[in-house]
Design a protein around this ligand. Structure first.
Ligand SMILES: [Zn+2]
Length: 303
């Protein structure tokens, strides 16, 4: 950031830096859906424009091939969300509201307060799920497909393995049921989440002063760039994907690594020929290298 960002890229291992400083009608959730769609459409156009006008990091790979692979993986992921997650979460949200089931449904006060609490709790429990996708070896097999991208931009926001989405569907259903998320709160959270994911994956340079203020509240592009670093201690930070409060609360917030010093991706997968569409679909099911050491993964030793 600032002058420090002009230094040349450093190798992956780096000494620890100093820490920087019940009554929603279908109509209402329908309006929230339309508003969310308009917001996301406008945001996507703005983010794509900003990536061209003011890139944050210099791309290391030709853009077209990467983007096509990411779009293809993204289309499959979205299909998985629509076919698997939505049919599980929507009936649960309707019954949470109708029967007043789940945590926030016990809160006194107006509906909007319950919805706000549900959106916050959905956001926090996604933080926990994100940590799990890195820490639980079985989940990491799939989440690796998102992290092995060698550049980071808005197309990475949809680069997920479809099975990664399918596996997270029961977790999402449990979130909705336990939190008591109403259909409207679910719609607001989904729109917010999708907008935030597009935003913080975006390769766009915001004025540093403004980004530092934003990062107190929401996940920003520089924060998430550090999470996609090929240095493991840096990846193990900035787990938030919506509000940034959770990283501040858990002490996992970092904004102290210059973006130009970051190699995006993981050390064990640097060959673009291994990261195409077919290889990415196969990656969770074949013998994997440990992303950080390059050795064969312990859970693949029997294969
Ligand atoms: Zn991650």
């Amino acid at each position: 950031m600032g002058r420090a960002e002009k230094e040349p890229p450093r190798p992956f291992a780096r000494p620890r830096c100093m820490d920087a400083p019940p009554q929603h009608s279908a109509g209402r959730s329908g309006i929230a859906a339309i508003a969310g769609g308009v917001l996301i459409g406008a945001a996507a156009i703005g983010i794509l424009w900003a990536e061209r006008a003011q890139p944050l990091r210099q791309p290391t790979r030709p853009r077209t091939r990467r983007t096509l692979v990411n779009l293809a993986l993204g289309a499959m992921s979205m299909a998985a969300v629509n076919r698997i997650e939505a049919p599980m979460t929507q009936p649960l949200a309707r019954s949470a509201e109708r029967r007043r089931r789940g945590l926030v449904q016990r809160l006194p006060g107006p509906d909007w307060l319950r919805d706000a609490a549900a959106v916050l709790l959905m956001d926090y429990t996604v933080y926990l799920w994100h940590v799990a996708t890195h820490r639980v070896p079985f989940l990491w097999r799939f989440h690796l497909v998102h992290h092995d991208d060698l550049d980071l931009d808005a197309s990475t926001a949809i680069r997920f393995h479809a099975v990664d989405m399918a596996i997270s569907a029961p977790y999402r259903a449990a979130q909705v049921a336990l939190i008591g998320t109403s259909p409207r709160a679910l719609q607001i959270w989904q729109s917010w989440f999708f907008f935030s994911v597009l935003f913080h994956h975006g390769n766009m340079r915001l004025p540093e002063r403004i980004e530092r203020i934003l990062a107190r509240f929401v996940t920003t592009p520089r924060m998430h760039g550090i999470h996609h670093s090929a240095v493991k201690e840096e990846t193990d930070s900035n787990w938030s994907s919506g509000f940034a409060f959770w990283d501040h609360l858990h002490g996992t917030f970092r904004l102290d690594v210059p973006q130009q010093a970051i190699a995006i991706g993981v050390p064990a997968y640097r060959d673009p020929d291994e990261l195409g569409f077919r290889d990415s679909l196969a990656l969770p099911f074949v013998v994997q290298r440990d992303a950080w050491t390059g050795a064969m993964r312990a859970d693949d030793a029997h294969k």
